[in-house]
Write a protein that binds this ligand. Structure first.
Ligand code: G6P
Length: 610
């Protein structure tokens, strides 16, 4: 995790670096710091806590200069403290780093034996000292960095300043993300696109094993071994406004309200209503490939994992293909059975989650074809995959994922329809019904959003003190129950469990009493009657029932203490509507409690550590 930024140009670096860090704060926010090259050499300011603390420290000190680097931290090695905050300095070198150096203990011992004194507990400081040692031996900055990185095992994206080469920032990467941005008279780097959007749309994603020297008039690129490289810049279509709060109290609320648009953008050009088919040339599978797939393995983490469970149900039902979901972290290193007849779908909002990336790589090495579903164009997972099927949700800033989840559901359903048509397991009538219905979903969500927010915030007044909450659903509502519980845990710190409704009697029922609200998803689908019975069982234990019901379902609503209505859809489309009140429930509880909705404690949006 962590976010890094860098700037070389003619303008003052500090405001640009701070602005970049503000847009990267979602990646980590337990301390932050800047290093700027001014007339008196490199100066550093660091502060513990949120970025505003760094801003205060800078107001007192000021950091004049036009070349600089910055960092916002999510602690891995060493607790959050000023001394552990980046940039780390050794002699003339200052370094910011995102990632983990695995052999740091061995390198630390070696450096200490060589007489270097390390002042922090971090793995990053070691990189600074290694580079310092190489510059002392007479190497220029790039050679010193190359030689140092040869010694390092692990994941890194680094940006380096040297007092000896004042008009440069040098960047390098392995596993952690790094983007370079080029504008007239200035060159930038950052961990993620939104940090650079106010300055440029012309970007280049650094690949593993590459190093770049940034100067005011552009950059040079080479491999760590010294082979020069040249690659075209990519034009990023996101606008800076997309990464602003636009009057909403929190990014999360804005992103929940952006879901209809995120869905429309993701569906655009892909639904062929006339042919009752989905048009997705980017999937990179021929008709024959589609028929030959023996099994689909869906790999993901966190919220994306919940989307894959719905994806599994759709694939089985519509494409009649065996499908399994795997938590990427569990798939790795356990010698899971995977081979050429498998299609692996790696789902990740950021496209950078290290467990998903490494699990998909492992599967690819064993012969499986990998399809990436990601939201960030050109990110690591799509780059390693055989083909990519992007979601178009726009930048998601709130740490708790909402609109990207919605867009992932859309891609997984579209893919299931596409595959079903190729395998002739879904008839034209059903495909057409689903495509028509899916095209209407953005409207069905949008027209109810303001009313749902009002209804949910009223319900929350009565339940915000609950210490435990149970979410129940069956079929496609089961992964939505998991997602509702995760959202609540993430941002309001309330203990919540998502459960398959049929499993309640095998455990959670023992926890029920009048203090435990049970949120039940009960769209009018094939599971409706059985879910109603589970509700009765919970009611009989005095639990308070909050129902997510279809509009006008008075029979279901009569079983609830409180209820929220969602718009009617085809039963296969119910996840798109039922998840929205759950996102809003988590949001309203967190807002009521006054927690930090967009940057919940201990979490980070992009998890580049294992
Ligand atoms: C983190 C985020 C979650 C996200 C998960 C997977 O834990 O806080 O919101 O679902 O990573 O991220 P990905 O980018 O792979 O979807």
């Amino acid at each position: 995790m962590c976010g890094i930024v860098g700037h070389v140009g003619d303008e003052q670096a500090t405001p640009i670096l701070l602005d970049g860090l503000r847009r990267l704060e979602y990646r980590g926010y337990d301390s932050a710091g800047l290093a700027v090259h001014g007339s008196n050499g490199i100066q550093i300011v660091r502060a513990v806590g949120k970025l505003r603390n760094l801003e205060k420290a800078l107001a007192a000190k000021g950091l004049p200069g036009t070349v600089g680097i910055g960092h916002t931290r999510w602690a891995t090695h060493g607790r959050p403290s000023e001394v552990n905050a980046h940039p780390h300095v050794a002699g003339p070198i200052a370094v910011v780093h995102n990632g983990i150096i695995e052999n740091h203990l061995e390198l630390r011992a070696e450096l200490e034996a060589n007489g270097f004194t390390l002042s922090s507990d971090t793995d990053t400081e070691i990189i600074a000292h290694l580079i310092h040692r190489e510059t002392r031996a007479g190497h220029d900055m790039v050679t010193a960095i190359r030689r140092s990185l040869e010694r390092v095992d692990g994941a890194y994206a680094i940006a380096v300043l040297s007092e000896k080469e004042p008009r440069r920032v040098v960047v390098a990467k392995s596993a952690s993300p790094l983007v370079i941005g080029v504008a007239k008279g200035a060159t930038y780097c950052a961990s993620d696109i939104p940090a650079l959007l106010p300055y440029t749309n012309e970007m280049l994603f650094l690949e593993d094993g590459e190093i770049a020297v940034l100067e005011a008039d552009g950059f040079t690129l080479s491999t760590l071994q010294g082979t020069p490289l040249s690659r075209r810049l990519r034009r990023i279509s996101w606008s800076p406004v997309m990464a602003e709060r636009a009057g909403y109290k929190h990014f999360m609320l804005k992103e929940i309200f952006e879901q209809p648009r995120a869905l429309e953008d993701t569906l655009r050009g892909r639904l062929d209503r006339e042919l009752a088919d989905v048009s997705t040339p980017e999937i990179g599978l021929s008709e024959d490939d589609a028929k030959r797939i023996q099994r689909v393995i869906l790999l993901a983490c966190g919220t994306s994992h919940h989307a894959t469970i719905a994806g599994r149900y759709w694939l089985e039902e519509l494409a009649k293909v065996p499908a399994i979901t795997e938590l990427a972290s569990e798939f790795r290193g356990r010698d899971a059975v995977v081979g050429e007849s498998d299609l692996v779908i790696a789902v990740s909002q950021s496209g950078e989650t290290i467990d998903t990336l490494m699990a998909a790589k492992e599967a690819k090495e064993r012969g499986a074809k990998v399809l990436a579903i990601a939201n960030v164009n050109g990110s690591a997972i799509p780059r390693m995959a055989d083909a990519s099927f992007y979601t178009h949700a726009g930048p998601e800033i709130g740490v708790a994922s909402t609109k990207c989840f919605m867009a992932q559901l859309a891609n997984l359903l579209m893919f299931s329809i596409w595959l079903g048509r190729r395998r002739e397991t879904i008839d034209e009538g059903l495909a057409s019904e689903l495509i028509e219905g899916l095209a209407r979903v953005p409207h069905v969500i949008e027209e109810r959003l303001p009313g749902t927010l009002e209804a949910v915030s009223e319900i929350v007044q009565d339940f915000s003190e609950a210490r435990d909450v149970l979410f129940l659903g069956r079929g496609l509502s089961y992964p939505m129950a998991l997602e509702g519980a995760l959202k609540l845990k993430e941002i309001s710190y309330v203990h919540a469990e998502g459960y398959a409704a049929g499993e309640m009697k095998h455990g959670p029922i023992a926890l029920l009493d009048a203090h435990v609200p049970v949120i039940v998803l009960m769209p009018q689908d094939r599971h409706y009657e059985r879910v109603s019975s589970n509700m009765q069982e919970a009611r009989a234990r005095a639990a308070k029932i909050i129902g997510v019901t279809t509009a006008g379902d008075t029979q279901g609503q009569a079983l609830c203490d409180r209820f929220v209505e969602v718009g009617p859809t085809h039963e296969a489309l119910s996840p798109f509507v039922t998840v929205v009140p759950l996102q809003l429930y988590a949001y309203c509880v967190a807002d009521h409690k006054g927690t930090d909705v967009d940057q919940p404690r201990n979490l980070a949006k992009t998890v580049t550590v294992e």
